[in-house]
Design a protein around this ligand. Structure first.
Ligand code: PMT
Length: 396
C-alpha cells in the first residue's frame, strides 16, 4: 500500500489507451490511493464513465456544467482536494492545450485551475509524437515543471512501432510512488553493486553464493525515487531492473572490480551491496574438468581485489557505504570491516535475514556506534538507508 492516503485526480483523454486507464484506477486503489476521475467528451467514446465510477467508487465528471457541483466550481474543487493530477492517457491535442493554457472543456479547465502537481502520461501515434509541434509542446510542459511519464517505445494500436505508446498501468503506478518520495538525492550520481559474483572453475562450473540481488535492487530503486542518477552493477541475478536505473551486468569479481573502478571517480555515492567472492580459482580450466577415479580435486584459490576498499582509497572518493552479512558477532565483524575499508558507514545484517528474501533486519554501524532499524521490507529499509546517506552527504 505505497500510496496510502494519497488522493489522485485522474484525467482521461480520448485515445485507445483510455481502456488501460481503467486498470490504472484499479492498481492505484490497490496501492491505497483514492481516485477521482474526470474525462473528456472524446474519452467517453472509448470507455464509459460508468466503468470508472464502478472502479473508483466515485462519481465521474465530464461536463463543465455538471449540476452535482455547487456553483459550477468543479474546476476549482477537483484539484484542490488532490495530492496530484494525473492525465493518462494524454492525447497530443490535450498536451497542446496544456502547453498553451487553453481551457475549453472541464478537464482542460480544471488542469489550468489546478493547485496540485501535474503528471502527464502521453499516448499517441508515433508520427504525432515526433511531430515538431508536439515536441515543442512537450518541452513547454517540462519547462513549466510538469512531470512527463513516458511515452514508451513499442507496438502501437495502429501497427506502427516507435515512441508514443502509453506506459503500462503498473509502470505509471511505480512512477507515481516514486513521485511522492522526497527527492533527497536529487542530481546525485549513485553507483551500487548487487548480487553475487561467479568465479569460474571450468566452462560450466564455478564458485558463487546465495545473494539474490534483492537488497541491492531495492536500494537502486529507492535512490532513483530520491532523484539520483543510479547505476546498478550486478552479478548474475534474475531481478527486474528498477525503472530509470542504468544496469550493467557482470559475472566475476574481477569484471565487477574493473567496471566499478572505472565508474567510481565520477560518482557522489558508492554502495557495496554485492556479496563479492573473496577468492577465485587461480586458473580456469579450458575444458570441462573430468572426474579422476576417487582422487580429490584440489582447486587453488587466490584473493580477489577488494572493490569497496579500493573505491574508498581513491584520491577524491565518493561517499562509500558497505554491507556486512554475518552469521555471528555482527557488531564486532561489521565494525572491523568498516575500519579496515576506511568507510564512514557499514550496514550489518545477519546471513539468515539478508540473503534471498523480501525482508531484512539491518543495523547501521558508524563512528558513533550502532543504530538498529526496525525489521521490514527491503524497499522500506532501502529508503531509510537513502535518508541516512543524504544526511551524510549534507555533512561532507
Ligand atoms: O542479494 P540479497 O539476497 O538481497 O542479499 C543481500 C545481502 C545479504 C547479500 C546484502 O545485504 C549484504 O550483506 N551484502 C554484503 C555481503 C558481505 O558480507 O560481504 P563481505 O563481508 O564479503 O564484504 C563487505 C563489503 O565489502 C560489502 O560491501 C562488499 O560488497 C564489499 N566487498 C567485499 C569483497 C570484495 N572483494 N569487494 C568488495 O567490494
Amino acid at each position: 500500500m505505497e500510496l496510502s492516503g494519497k488522493r489522485i485526480a485522474l484525467g482521461v483523454t480520448g485515445g485507445i489507451a483510455a481502456y488501460k486507464a481503467a486498470d490504472l484506477v484499479r492498481q492505484l486503489i490497490k496501492q491505497g490511493a483514492s481516485v477521482q476521475v474526470a474525462m473528456t467528451e472524446s474519452a467517453t467514446r472509448f470507455v464509459t464513465p460508468i466503468t470508472f465510477q464502478a472502479l473508483s467508487g466515485n462519481s465521474v465528471f465530464v461536463d463543465q456544467w455538471d449540476q452535482r457541483i455547487s456553483n459550477n466550481m468543479a474546476h476549482i474543487q477537483f484539484s484542490r482536494e488532490a495530492d496530484a493530477l494525473l492525465i493518462a492517457p494524454a492525447s497530443a491535442n490535450f498536451i497542446a492545450k496544456v502547453a498553451h493554457g487553453i481551457a475549453d472543456d472541464l478537464l482542460s479547465t480544471l488542469t489550468l485551475a489546478r493547485t496540485c502537481p501535474l503528471l502527464v502520461a502521453p499516448a499517441m501515434n508515433m508520427q504525432m509524437w515526433e511531430n515538431p509541434a508536439t515536441q515543442r509542446n512537450v518541452a513547454t510542459l517540462r519547462g513549466d515543471g510538469i512531470t512527463l511519464l513516458g511515452p514508451a517505445r513499442g507496438e502501437q494500436a495502429c501497427g506502427d512501432h516507435g515512441y508514443g505508446r502509453m506506459l503500462e498501468p503498473g509502470e505509471i503506478v511505480e512512477d507515481m510512488i516514486a513521485f511522492f518520495q522526497p527527492k533527497r538525492l536529487k542530481g546525485k550520481k549513485v553507483l551500487i553493486t548487487a548480487g553475487p559474483t561467479f568465479e569460474a572453475i571450468d566452462p560450466v562450473r564455478g564458485i558463487t553464493n546465495l545473494s539474490s540481488g534483492k537488497m541491492g535492487f531495492a536500494i537502486a530503486k529507492a535512490a532513483r525515487e530520491a532523484g539520483a542518477c543510479v547505476t546498478l552493477l550486478c552479478g548474475p541475478v534474475s531481478q527486474l531492473t528498477p525503472r530509470g536505473v542504468k544496469r550493467i551486468d557482470v559475472t566475476s569479481a574481477l569484471e565487477m572490480h574493473a567496471t566499478a573502478l572505472g565508474l567510481a571517480p565520477s560518482q557522489d555515492v558508492f554502495i557495496g551491496v554485492a556479496a563479492v567472492a573473496d577468492y577465485r580459482p587461480k586458473t580456469v580450466a579450458k575444458n570441462k574438468v573430468k572426474k579422476d577415479g576417487n582422487a580429490p580435486l584440489p582447486i587453488e584459490l587466490v584473493q580477489n581485489p577488494d572493490i569497496l576498499a579500493e573505491v574508498a582509497a581513491l584520491p577524491t572518493p565518493p561517499l562509500c557505504v558497505g554491507f556486512s552479512a554475518e552469521s555471528e558477532k555482527l557488531a564486532e565483524h561489521a565494525q572491523k570491516k568498516r575500519l579496515a575499508k576506511k568507510i564512514p558507514l557499514i550496514v550489518g545484517n545477519l546471513v539468515q535475514d539478508g540473503f534471498g528474501g523480501d525482508t531484512n533486519t539491518m543495523i547501521f554501524f558508524d563512528d558513533h556506534g550502532e543504530t538498529p532499524l526496525p525489521p521490514g521490507r527491503k524497499i522500506d529499509l532501502a529508503r531509510l538507508l537513502v535518508e541516512r546517506i543524504a544526511q551524510l552527504l549534507g555533512q561532507r
